[in-house]
Design a protein around this ligand. Structure first.
Ligand code: SF4
Length: 251
């Protein structure tokens, strides 16, 4: 998600609009924690609400784009973007696992775990662009249909990633293109909802962490008590931490 302007550089009207989004999201996402408590399962409950909040906030973008002569080019089963490196928070990994285990047959879950292990072996800890060049598909993607098997509990970066030109996605995927045009408003709304959810968990005592999605799934499947410990304030799944560039810029 590149090229998203900073909030301070926006006109006052846009800043006020984003403040309204933040306040609506904060009320709804904090209410999930209040209702459920910081107990295992709150990540899944949060996923239902955060997906609904972002869907509702992004809904006006689609007709506005059509009116401006553009449109979101994403289509069911495209999945070209599912080789990008996705950074998630612990609750997003726990929610995705809960959803897969609840909705998919046992043999499908076993296959997803095997794909996750294989993908993590190939790409663990790599710099995102180098990892992307390996075209490592997300293990949650159905290899036959290219559909996301965890769509109803997908992480916020997946939900908010909208393309205005799927040919440019394919070019990036093939290594012949550099960027994908995206609706700026979608990126800004995604950031607001994502950060608001992180603050809600942090305020309730769960440490803020950024994890690479595939590694997080592998680590969380290997540590069934991780959600409880994270909610109790412990840093978890540390082996899945998102890539950090070297302090000296790699020189
Ligand atoms: S979770 Fe779903 S949408 Fe996100 S990268 Fe994986 S398959 Fe794609």
């Amino acid at each position: 998600m590149t090229g998203t302007p900073k909030t301070v550089d926006l006109p006052e009207e846009a800043r006020q609009f984003l403040l309204g989004v933040y306040e609506r999201a904060k009320a709804r996402l904090e209410a999930v924690i209040e209702r459920h408590g910081m107990r295992p399962g709150v990540s899944a409950a949060m996923a239902v609400e955060r997906l609904a909040v972002l869907d509702e906030e992004m809904a006006p973008i689609f007709p506005a784009l059509e009116q401006a002569g553009s449109h979101v080019d994403c289509a069911r089963g495209c999945g070209v973007c599912c080789t990008l490196t996705i950074d998630v928070t612990p609750d997003e990994a726990f929610a995705l696992i809960e959803h897969l285990e609840r909705t998919q047959p046992a043999e499908t879950v076993t296959a997803i775990k095997a794909r996750a292990l294989a993908a993590d072996t190939r790409g663990h800890g790599m710099e995102p662009l180098a990892r992307h060049r390996l075209k490592i598909a997300c293990p949650v993607q159905d290899p036959a249909t290219m559909e996301c098997l965890g769509h109803a509990a997908r992480p916020t970066p997946c939900q908010g990633y909208l393309s205005l030109d799927v040919k440019r996605c394919q070019a990036v995927h093939d290594g012949t293109g550099l960027d994908v045009p995206q609706p700026t408003a979608a990126n800004m709304l995604t950031n607001v909802v994502s950060h608001t959810r992180s603050y809600a968990f942090e305020d309730a005592g769960a440490p803020r962490q950024s994890l690479e999605l595939t590694a997080a799934l592998v680590a969380a499947w290997a540590d069934p008590d991780a959600e409880r410990r994270w909610l109790a304030g412990e840093t978890v799944l540390e082996q899945a931490a998102s890539y950090q560039p070297p302090a000296d810029g790699g020189r």
